[in-house]
Design a protein around this ligand. Structure first.
Ligand SMILES: *[C@@H]1O[C@H](CO)[C@@H](O)[C@H](O)[C@H]1NC(C)=O
Ligand SMILES: *[C@@H]1O[C@H](CO)[C@@H](O)[C@H](O)[C@H]1NC(C)=O
Length: 415
């Protein structure tokens, strides 16, 4: 009986929320974040930094892409689009003497399995080879040993270059990249694969494809909690507990029969539409702390429920994630229903209005052609905010810091 009363209360609260959400969508109200955050998102990087793009032999970039054009569509494709963007960006300078930042266009994750999964096994050798080349042909690398250079390393654990966490931790960040600024999707506090000063970016999600699934904003959000994806990864984690540190398993075990939770492993063709009909979208960690769901939730105005302890979210210095989303500790997953149903309606409405702000969505996307405020511009803003470089980045004549022979022996072989 007590359970029944609880359910009634929950359902009532739920309907109340929907009612308001419906009104909101009719009115299309949006809200700007007050204070610095909104302003930072709309910053224009042009005039605030100059980037020199090294010209490398095409075997480091274009040739690799020609071999496998699928690299344009996977979640790490930002490494390719960022290159194209910079080539025609007004922040690009052809005069390295006036550059604030140096960029080396290597497509380290464009090495796909037959199923299309990007692998990072060749990345260390390829990266070393590229750095060898720029350091012998131009004087700029040796001047700082990379401290005014940035690299796009979007794979799971960034420049640790391994898809399994223990192996990635064991490897650490590639020794030659230890002074550079890393632009990566991986973000978790106090982790060897996240260097201080790195820029955490969203994974690539295809903008046109998402655009083509938009539904009229007047359609109500009739799903309370939505999730599609794996709860267990039996192949890689047969005993359970490692995958998603057990958080996804806990979602399934606690809520598979809860009518407020629309959760399943089946990926329907209406996936994007469903997210637009949901109030909350679960974004639990998987093998990595993030997944493309985070981007999809923002684009489709579904409040992201972030379940990944210590996650560092994309552009966290510009996007007010605490205001848009809901953070739930991994240990609190069994209380997810209570946590979400006890969020006051006005708080939900405010989150929805913030999510409806186009600048929030723009920052999550790598559109082609680029648009003001998109993820490319946020990366540049992040680089501009690091200027001017501290004097300590410049080494004394003959001073060497990096160790060219450190790291696993296999990484030292020529590429
Ligand atoms: C940079 O230093 C390396 C030795 O660490 C040297 O082989 C290379 O020639 C130097 N590059 C330039 C452009 O002087
Ligand atoms: C560089 O790393 C190698 C391999 O770990 C090590 O043997 C060597 O002593 C290191 N060199 C310096 C100068 O630290």
């Amino acid at each position: 009986m007590r359970g029944f009363v609880f359910l009634v209360v929950v359902l009532f609260g739920f309907l109340l929320n929907l009612d308001h959400a419906f009104e909101l969508r009719k009115g299309q109200k949006t809200e700007r974040i007050s204070g610095s955050a909104g302003d930072v998102l709309e910053d224009d990087p042009v005039g605030r930094l100059k980037v020199f793009v090294y010209e490398l032999p095409s075997k480091y970039n274009k040739k690799i892409l020609q071999k496998d054009p699928r690299c344009l569509n996977h979640m790490f494709a930002a490494e390719i689009y960022m290159h194209r963007f910079l080539l025609s960006s007004p922040v690009r300078t052809l005069n390295p003497e006036e550059a604030d930042w140096f960029y080396t266009p290597v497509y380290t994750t464009c090495d796909l399995t037959p199923n299309g999964l990007p692998l990072p096994f060749k990345s260390p050798r390829m990266m070393r080879s590229a750095i060898q080349l720029i350091s012998s042909n131009w004087p700029y690398w040796n001047r700082t040993e990379g401290a005014d250079h940035f690299f796009i390393v979007p794979h799971d654990f960034g420049a640790c270059f391994h898809y399994q966490e223990e192996k990635a931790i064991e490897r650490g960040i590639l020794p030659l990249l230890q002074r550079a600024t890393l632009v990566q999707t991986f973000g978790q506090r106090n982790h060897v694969c996240l260097k201080e000063g790195s820029i955490t970016v969203p994974p690539y999600a295809p903008p046109q494809k998402m655009q083509s699934h938009l539904i009229p904003p007047s359609i109500p959000r009739s799903i309370f909690v939505y999730f599609r994806g794996l709860f267990y990864d039996v192949g890689n984690d047969p005993e359970g507990g490692y995958y998603a540190r057990g958080a996804r398993a806990a979602v399934w075990e606690n809520f598979k029969d809860n009518p407020l939770f629309d959760i399943s492993t089946e990926h329907p063709t209406t996936y994007y539409e469903d997210m637009q009909r949901a109030v909350f979208c679960l974004c639990p960690l998987g093998w990595a702390p993030w997944s493309p769901r985070l981007v999809e939730a923002v684009i489709f105005g579904c409040i992201p429920v972030i379940i990944a302890d210590d996650i560092v979210l994309p552009f966290a210095d510009a996007i007010p994630w605490e205001d848009i989303g809901v953070y739930v500790d991994e240990k609190d997953v069994p209380n997810l229903d209570t946590i979400l149903t006890s969020i006051p309606t006005d708080v939900i409405l405010r989150k929805q209005r913030l999510l409806a702000n186009p600048s929030m969505k723009q920052a999550m996307l790598f559109p082609h052609p680029a648009q003001p405020g998109d993820a490319f511009h946020q990366i540049l803003n992040g680089l501009a905010r690091k200027l001017p470089h501290d004097k300590s980045v410049y080494l004394r004549k003959g001073e060497k810091v990096l160790n060219w022979t450190a790291g696993p022996v296999a990484d030292l072989k020529p590429w």
